[in-house]
Write a protein of this length. Structure first.
Lengths: 351, 351
DNA sequence: CTGAAAGCGCTTACAG
DNA sequence: CTGAAAGCGCTTACAG
């Protein structure tokens, strides 16, 4: 295999030679170790500029034992032919990555993205790449926390609940509250038969389950007995929502509204209603979750629970980098605000 | 600033000690340099496993002069308060990044993501991070090619046309053909007054301009005189499309169809029509470009020109890595296929 | 088949 | 204020 080598870059030696000083002095000047005289500093900086010198980060990482790299790790969808990362389906991640990158850049870190099939791959990748910290997306089994703690680097779980989120940094929202607000909006409008469309509810403490609890609380508050018959489980995707939409329409009891755990699911539900000739919000009211940009694009615009996804990414990166640079902020659990955004997919029940 | 140091990882020395061999032998075994005896190999591998040893990539990069890192560089939106990367607006990038990451991972590379405001920042970042190759998204000024060539690393421009794409690797589609197919679909349906909604047409050779030429060709083919009055320029975004939609409706001449350069723009146009009470496709036919997943989500489903975005990312990474590992494939210009996807946003003109 | 040694490009005590 | 030297964790001729 013929490898194309990197350009022979100018090194610290070249700069030292040009400025007629030692490499230690060049290093000191560049790292703001205030030892050199003004005159020496000037000479060094001049050499740096004319030679267009950039320190080799690999060498720096090696000696500093710090890479200034953070990893953003996504689960892989194992059921696909290629091991695609999980994000493919959801535009949520574009905004999220954007936020992570933006914070990281402003703090002098770079972002390494990868997919990892399971906790072991995750761990291996981290220890191989020598990243300073990791952001773990989505849901790996709880055991991942134990694995990662062995690595002794800071990491932040995002959208993770349950016991393990108590142990390291986390950034999330109050999911219970989100479910509550969404549902209360519908009960306020006068709906009684409100369905709940979600992914896996079995994982107690997970995002889905928390939102479900909020849904139940809102119903109980107005004396409606929530029963399992109104819960629809599917994949958190457009297709998952589409299927659920048809199941909802098949129901004999007159469901008039749906709370969902993700906009993407709500879009599928809306589509199924349209295909079947039902009107929104006249026949069904639908509330999403996330406030993807697409909520404003579709017709009718989707009423949803807004979380600032860009900010979420940005704060996650901040939290992580604080954890890397100061001990203090690891174990911090940031909770981001939530807003109900009312558009045209919700209205009074027509009876 | 109290820095948390990386865990003191097991190094090659630990392995050598454990296996009772020299570090050179450990290195040879791990790099498949077939020198060691079977017995020695076994001992080394055992040590590697029990100590959970992972070579430090920073050290490897330093001595090999190769980082196994590729960079994915996005322009920054300068008009925003924060320097967000450009992708924020368009779900296109989620799929694209997914494709890049997937290819890279399978070839043993990792993907570093960053935003860079201009060519200089771009260049600086690359030479600082010592990446093996770069993928440059979107459009920087032509001068970027000259800048990057000085770095002597392979790079691939994506969705870039014009003189500079002749010089290094590129991956794209036949944009002229895309514009042609989209427009021909409409002329086949019987449309005569077909608008063209795009971003900047001034950049000759750019994506917008190429597609515009295809649009013109399709019109000329059926004897329709394309004139500038039917061209609508705006930002390639939902909002840009939304504004253009209203401009189209204001027109006295009876426009019956619109060709766009991006789905995201088409969504904005569709929305403006809905808001104004116009029907699609009865009053207006609309054709998008890209085939974002959202095309199937909206109602009516958007007729569009499909390009396989995941594949585009995957092939871009392939091309780049080939360029890194073998000289041969740099300067290769890959053209990905295009398909017309007919949904419900297009139909015969109603007159 | 195996190992001692040089070197990749830096930083950091340490001595002067 | 400045520089020589050791060392970060590897790979790669080279010698045996």
């Amino acid at each position: 295999m013929k490898v194309r080598f990197m350009k022979k870059n100018t090194t610290i030696k070249d700069v030292a030679r040009y400025a007629q000083v030692s490499i230690a002095t060049v290093s000191n000047v560049l790292n703001n170790v205030d030892k050199a005289s003004e005159e020496t500093k000037r000479k060094v900086m001049e050499a740096v500029h004319t030679l267009e010198y950039h320190p080799n980060v690999n060498a720096q990482s090696l000696v500093r034992q710090k890479s200034n790299l953070i990893g953003l790790i996504f689960p892989l969808s194992k059921h696909l032919p290629v091991y695609k990362t999980f994000m493919g389906d959801n535009p949520f991640y574009t905004e999220y990555i954007c936020g992570v990158e933006c914070s990281a850049r402003s703090r002098g870190y770079d972002v390494l993205i990868t997919g990892a099939g399971d906790e072991r791959q995750c761990k291996e990748w981290i220890s191989k790449r020598k990243i300073d910290g990791a952001i773990i997306m989505g849901k790996y089994p709880d055991s991942i926390v134990k694995e990662l703690e062995e690595l002794q680097i800071p990491f932040v779980m995002t959208d993770a609940h349950g016991m393990y989120s108590e142990r390291q940094g986390s950034v999330g929202i109050n999911d219970e509250l989100g479910g509550y607000i969404a549902t209360k909006h519908l009960t306020d409008l006068g709906h009684k038969m409100i369905a709940f469309a979600a992914g896996d509810l079995d994982y107690i403490g997970g995002v889905n389950h928390q939102r479900y609890q909020g849904y139940q609380r809102a119903l109980e508050e107005v004396g409606i007995n929530s029963h399992n018959g109104l819960v629809f489980i599917g994949t958190v995707s457009f297709d998952g929502g589409y299927e659920i939409g048809f199941k909802i329409m098949e129901r004999l009891e007159p469901i008039t509204a749906v709370v969902t755990v993700a906009d993407i699911m709500a879009f599928g539900i809306l589509k199924s209603f349209t295909v079947a000739g039902r009107r929104v919000p006249e026949d069904y009211s639908v509330v999403g979750f996330d406030d993807l940009k697409e909520c404003a694009y579709v017709t009718p615009g989707l009423t949803t629970i807004r979380q600032d996804i860009f900010q979420k990414g940005a704060i996650t990166a901040e939290t992580l980098i604080n954890g890397i640079e100061y001990e203090k902020s690891i174990n911090s659990h940031v909770e981001l605000p939530l807003t109900l955004i009312i558009r045209n997919s919700t209205g009074r029940p027509s009876d």
